[in-house]
Design a binder for this molecule. Structure first.
Ligand SMILES: Nc1nc2c(ncn2[C@@H]2O[C@H](COP(=O)(O)OP(=O)(O)O)[C@@H](O)[C@H]2O)c(=O)[nH]1
Ligand SMILES: [Mg+2]
Length: 365
C-alpha cells in the first residue's frame, strides 16, 4: 500500500504491518471519507495513546457553557462588615450595604433573610453567585432561637431540591439554591466564643459548611489576633464543633495535608474594604488607619486572601460537593425515611414550610 493512503485512510493497518502484531485484533479501519477522530494523534502509535485526557477539555467546555451556581450565606451581627467583605471577595457591588445611618434604628425585630443573585463572568466562565444576608442575627438582647429562620431557610432549599429530584419529569439541571457555605462572623472581642456563637455553630455545623471568621481584624493587634484565634480553636474543640473543612471529609493524604494547613489557620482574621489606596505606586484594596494602610490582600496584614482562596480558588467545588454529598444527602435520607415510615411513599412530601419547621424542631432537641 502507498504511504499516503496508509496515513490518510488506514493508519491501523499500517501499524500492524510495521510493528509487532497486537494481541487483540486491530479495530476495523475507518472507511474513506470518515472524519479522522484521532486528530492530533495521527502518525503516532495508536496503541500507546487513547486520548482520554481530552475529556478534560470537553468537561471544561461544557462547564463554561452551562456556568455554575454558588450560594454563600453570611451570618453575624450588624456592623461586623459582612456586606463589605462579600463585596471585597467578589470585587464588585454584589452585596447591598446598609444604608440606614443610625445603628440603633436599623435593628430589625427579627432575623430577616435576604438573598441577592448576580451573574459574575470572568474569562468566559459564568458564575451565578447568590449572597444570602441575614440582617438582624444576634442584634437583640435576647437572641434565643435567632438561628431558627436560618435553619429553616437552609432546610427549605434542601426540600426544594429533593422535590425536584423526585419529580417524574425532573429537570435536566435542577436549580441549586442550597447554601454551599455559611461564613460566620465573630466580633473582634479578643475573648472567647460567646454562647450565641457556640449555639449557632453547634446547631448548624451538621447542616451546612461553616467557615468562621474574625471580623474587622484590624481592630486587634497581631498578638491579640493570635491569642483570640487559639482560644476560638480550643473552644470549637471543647464544644465538639466541626467547621469546614472537616477532617472526616478529607478524601486522601493530599487533601489532608492541604486542609490541615487551613485548619491551623481557622478562624481567618479578615479585613474588608471598599476603598483602593496607592501603595508604592500600586493601587491596593486597603483601609487607612492612623498607623498606615492595612492592605486587605496582603497576607502579612490580614487573612482575607486565605479566606478568598479557600472560598473561591481552591475549595469552591469541594464546598459544593460536601453540600451535595454530605449535608443534602443526610437531609434526603432522613426525609425519605420519614416518608417511608409514614407509609406515604415518596411523592406526598409535606409542604416546604411544614417540613422545614418539623426538621428544625428536631434539630433543636
Ligand atoms: N475597621 C473595619 N471596619 C470595617 C471592616 N469591614 C467593614 N467595616 C466598616 O463597618 C461598617 C459596617 O459594615 P457593613 O459591611 O455594612 O456591615 P454588615 O452590617 O455586617 O453588613 C462600615 O462602616 C464599614 O466601612 C473592617 O474589616 N474593619
Ligand atoms: Mg450588611
Amino acid at each position: 500500500m502507498r504511504e499516503d493512503v496508509l496515513q490518510g485512510l488506514e493508519p491501523r493497518v499500517q501499524m500492524a504491518e510495521n510493528e509487532v502484531e497486537p494481541a487483540e485484533p486491530a479495530p476495523v479501519p475507518r472507511a474513506a471519507g470518515e472524519p479522522d477522530a484521532e486528530g492530533p494523534m495521527k502518525g503516532r502509535s495508536p496503541f500507546g495513546y487513547v486520548g482520554i485526557e481530552a475529556v478534560l477539555d470537553q468537561m471544561r467546555r461544557k462547564a463554561m457553557k452551562t456556568g455554575f451556581e454558588f450560594n454563600i450565606m453570611v451570618v453575624g451581627q450588624s456592623g461586623l462588615g459582612k456586606s463589605t467583605l462579600v463585596n471585597t471577595l467578589f470585587k464588585s457591588k454584589v452585596s447591598r450595604k446598609s444604608c440606614t445611618p443610625n445603628y440603633e434604628e436599623k435593628i430589625p425585630k427579627t432575623v430577616n433573610l435576604q438573598s441577592i443573585s448576580h451573574v459574575i463572568e470572568e474569562k468566559g466562565v459564568k458564575m451565578k453567585l447568590t449572597v444570602i444576608d441575614t440582617p438582624g442575627f444576634g442584634d437583640q438582647i435576647n437572641n434565643e432561637n435567632c438561628w431558627e429562620p436560618i435553619v429553616k431557610y437552609i432546610n427549605e432549599q434542601y426540600e426544594k431540591y429533593l422535590k425536584e429530584e423526585l419529580n417524574i419529569n425532573r429537570k435536566r439541571r435542577i436549580p441549586d439554591t442550597r447554601v454551599h457555605c455559611c461564613v460566620y462572623f465573630l466580633p473582634p472581642t479578643g475573648h472567647w466564643l460567646r454562647p450565641l456563637d457556640v449555639e449557632f455553630m453547634k446547631r448548624l455545623g451538621k447542616t451546612v459548611s461553616i467557615v468562621p471568621v474574625i471580623a474587622k481584624a484590624d481592630t486587634l493587634t497581631m498578638e491579640e489576633r493570635m491569642e483570640f484565634k487559639q482560644r476560638i480553636r480550643n473552644d470549637l474543640q471543647a464544644h465538639g464543633i466541626r467547621v469546614y473543612p472537616q477532617k472526616e471529609y478529607d478524601e486522601d493524604a493530599e487533601d489532608r495535608i492541604m486542609n490541615d494547613k487551613i485548619r491551623e489557620k481557622i478562624p481567618f482574621a479578615v479585613v474588608g474594604t471598599d476603598k483602593e489606596h496607592q501603595v508604592n505606586g500600586n493601587k491596593v484594596l486597603g483601609r487607612k488607619t492612623k498607623w498606615g494602610i492595612i492592605e486587605v490582600e496582603n497576607v502579612a496584614h490580614c487573612e482575607f486572601a486565605n479566606l478568598r482562596d479557600l472560598l473561591i480558588r481552591s475549595h469552591l467545588q469541594d464546598l459544593k460537593d460536601v453540600t451535595h454529598n454530605i449535608h443534602y444527602e443526610t437531609y434526603r435520607v432522613r426525609r425519605l425515611n420519614e416518608s417511608n415510615a409514614n407509609g406515604l411513599g415518596l411523592s406526598p412530601l409535606t409542604p416546604v414550610n411544614g417540613t422545614a419547621e418539623k426538621n428544625e424542631t428536631e434539630s433543636h432537641l
